[in-house]
Design a protein around this ligand. Structure first.
Ligand code: ZN
Ligand code: ZN
Length: 137
């Protein structure tokens, strides 16, 4: 029962594929240390959905790492790509990595969180709201 496809994406090796039936209700840069380390990048760049809006086409390789008591970070066990983030306390929501999209230009982050730990040399020239802390552990 897959009606309307808004977005498609997946991991680097292609074993994990997903579609979404809606555009994300939010998208953000998360500059927390855990997102930096987990993604191996400047920040976690996440888009947020209701869990039922994400349809996994294939997810056998998807594994989750418990990075805190409640946080679950999904990645491909074959190629290592960062795919998802969820909080067990809010099981109706699921975040996906914007960079996992086939066309990541379709989703633009609109705010920054955990800018307390933003890399000192990182310059992002936008007018987005900046929050020193909040969410995503
Ligand atoms: Zn993979
Ligand atoms: Zn984070």
């Amino acid at each position: 029962m897959q009606d309307h496809i808004e977005l498609t994406g997946g991991c680097l090796c292609g074993d994990i594929r997903y579609t979404t039936i809606a555009m994300p209700f939010a998208a953000d840069y998360c500059h927390c240390k855990m997102c930096q380390r987990s993604t191996g990048s400047i920040a976690g760049i996440w888009m947020d959905f209701l869990a039922e809006q994400v349809v996994w086409q294939s997810r056998q390789q998807l594994q989750e790492f418990a990075s805190s008591e409640f946080a679950r970070r999904g990645f491909c066990s074959r190629c290592g790509s960062t795919l998802s983030y969820r909080d067990e306390r809010h099981s109706n929501y699921l975040s996906l990595a914007v960079a996992s999209l086939d066309d990541a230009d379709k989703v633009q982050p609109t705010y920054h969180i955990f800018t307390d730990s933003q890399l000192a040399w990182l310059r992002i020239d936008d007018d987005c709201r900046r929050h020193p802390q909040t969410q995503k552990e």
